[in-house]
Design a binder for this molecule. Structure first.
Ligand SMILES: Cc1cc2nc3c(=O)[nH]c(=O)nc-3n(C[C@H](O)[C@H](O)[C@H](O)COP(=O)(O)OP(=O)(O)OC[C@H]3O[C@@H](n4cnc5c(N)ncnc54)[C@H](O)[C@@H]3O)c2cc1C
Ligand code: SF4
Length: 522
């Protein structure tokens, strides 16, 4: 290793956490290295092909993990510059203020965070402005207080979704516009970066109009000459110095060749499964359970949300192009009849017949896949899964990843589905009246309604932060309790998962940790 391989900061992983942190630190002039196991997403027409993306899984990793029974698992995750934000639906929600405290669920306790909502709030605002979130404050009945408005107006509903919105309002609910990180300028369609297409959620944006971590953070960070990026650089291990209190070497496999780097500060941001796997793989004599794992929490408390994709079939067609504009949070904390949280209802991108084939759904009687796709409203339901010590990521001697996960807290999710069913029955149309709604159908009847374990899109919780080193691996600044120069800034730090999409919280926290690091490096 030469001195040129030594950096002030090494960031491993360039997704929501790592990419955002690189952006924050870039103007400091410090020598910063981003190590990313993937390459850039190739720009090609397949970016927008539902067949290539959903049926052929063109951009998913080909790596396999194992489940608790040792069966092969093909994780639906992506290794590229920008991480999973290249593929996300860009729904950028704040957690609710209450999510930072302890909440009693039907299935148990969702634990408190070591920091309050008020401490993260300025960084939520910073992240919303950085990622150019389009939204309207004051519509979402559970939204927490905010110190500034969104900079851009919400993305409008198309006609079918507006109709649904009006029906839901008549039924007494408070549907609202999803805050979205797509750079759509509806007033100036001719110059708008985003063209409002039907292949956003799950797809990379061919024209760079989605606010993902590469476009918004990594590319601008690389404009600073003190920042560099090495792609195809899979970090295999972290080694510690003599007293085991510092990471001294970052060991990389780059296209089969071993490379070594060192940094005054090393930040791990590989996603919740890979970050915990990296720490576990880095066990040594001083850290026998895995690096920074004296608490034995690393890899444990894996969460990924309870998610269902439900298609509401109606007699009227749904010609919507960009569907993910409406959400419902009326049942987030419960209802008059049920005193426990249920969760969040929103949409996935409009499903088509190719996408449905990948889910192997049972065809509803009297329908074809194509007809179903043309008439469905495609809902995405999210409920909180609770941190269970035994839901965990482990690695074997060869570094092979296993994920053991037993679903919990399902009653609230089932009740959320029932609430949606009830609301849909009250919808109306001029031609068919209340008969328009034909029922809710799971996108994937073959595997059951809930998404399978391989759907790790919302993975979090495996390297939790907290004030007590006996029960957490990271302190409130996301620094490892046991290692002085090691930080983790991806979704691993979550002590509980809430029930809204996680990316904005990861970004906001990375900005918060960035401020701490700037102070530390002064
Ligand atoms: C289809 C899809 C839709 C989604 N939609 C939404 C949404 O609408 N809203 C929302 O909030 N969230 C959404 N998400 C989730 C969101 O993308 C993730 O929560 C977020 O990207 C996680 O950020 P992260 O920093 O934890 O990890 P990632 O963004 O996954 O970044 C981790 C990075 O680390 C790299 N890496 C991994 N291991 C190594 C290693 N050993 N060495 C070097 N590099 C490594 C990876 O290649 C990757 O670039 C979606 C996800 C998917 C897949
Ligand atoms: S053009 Fe707009 S809607 Fe289409 S993928 Fe890009 S950001 Fe998403």
């Amino acid at each position: 290793m030469t001195t040129s391989d030594h950096y002030d900061v090494i960031i491993i992983g360039s997704g929501a956490g790592g990419g955002t942190l690189a952006y924050k630190l870039a103007p400091s002039g410090k020598k910063i290295l981003l190590l990313e196991r993937g390459d850039y997403v190739p720009r090609e027409k397949d970016n927008w092909s539902t067949r290539a993306v959903n049926l052929e899984a063109r951009y998913n990793t080909k790596e396999t993990w194992r489940d608790s029974e040792g069966k092969e698992l093909h994780p639906h995750t992506n290794y590229f510059v920008g991480g999973n934000t290249k593929f996300y639906g860009a729904a950028l929600f704040r957690l609710r203020k209450e999510d930072f405290g302890e909440i009693r669920h039907h299935g148990g306790i969702s634990p408190a965070w070591p920091i309050s909502y008020d401490e993260l709030e300025p960084y939520y605002t910073e992240a919303e402005h950085l990622y150019q979130v389009h939204g309207n404050r004051g519509e979402d009945p559970t939204e927490p207080w905010a110190s500034a408005p969104y900079k851009f107006p919400a993305v409008s509903h198309e006609q079918r979704i507006q109709h649904l919105h009006d029906d839901l309002e008549r039924a007494g609910l408070k549907p609202f516009h999803v805050p979205l990180g797509i750079r759509l300028d509806e007033k100036n369609a001719r110059t708008s970066l985003c063209i409002r297409c039907n292949t956003c959620d799950g797809h990379p944006c061919l024209i760079g109009a989605k606010s993902d971590a590469q476009t918004i953070c990594v590319d601008p960070a690389l404009q600073h000459e003190n920042v560099s990026l090495v792609t195809n650089a899979k970090v295999m291990r972290l080694e510690t110095n003599g007293n085991a209190r510092e990471v001294s070497k970052v060991i990389v496999d780059r296209n089969g060749v071993r490379e070594e780097y060192s940094g005054d500060i090393v930040v791990v941001s590989c996603g919740a499964v890979n970050s915990s796997a990296l720490l576990l793989r880095s066990a040594n004599d001083s850290h026998p359970n895995g690096l920074a794992n004296g608490s034995d929490v690393v890899g444990r408390h894996y969460m990924g949300h309870i998610n269902s994709v439900l298609m509401a079939l109606s007699k009227c067609p749904n010609p919507t192009i960009f569907q993910k504009t409406l959400a419902i949070n009326d049942f987030y904390f419960g209802s008059r009849e049920w005193d426990y949280p249920m969760g969040h209802i929103s949409f996935v991108g409009k499903l088509d017949a190719d996408t449905l084939k990948a889910g192997a759904p049972a065809v509803a009687p009297g329908w074809t896949l194509d007809l179903m796709a043309r008439h469905s409203l495609d809902f995405w339901l999210t409920s909180e899964d609770l941190p269970d010590r035994d839901n965990r990521v482990t690695v074997d001697r060869d570094g092979q990843i296993s994920v053991s996960y037993k679903l919990n807290n399902v009653e609230g999710h089932d009740r959320l589905k029932a609430q949606l069913q009830k609301a849909m029955k009250q919808t109306n149309c001029d031609i068919h009246g209340h008969e328009c709604h034909q029922g809710l159908f799971a996108r994937n009847l073959y595997l059951g309604q809930r998404l399978p374990l391989a759907a790790v899109a919302h993975q979090n919780g495996t390297v939790r932060f907290g004030d007590d080193p006996k029960t957490s691996a990271l302190d409130r600044n996301c620094k490892a309790h046991e290692v002085d120069n090691l930080y983790v800034v991806d979704a691993s730090f979550f002590p509980s998962s809430g029930a809204v999409n996680p990316a904005l919280t990861i970004m906001a926290n990375a900005l918060r940790v960035g401020d701490h690091l700037l102070e530390r490096m002064k």
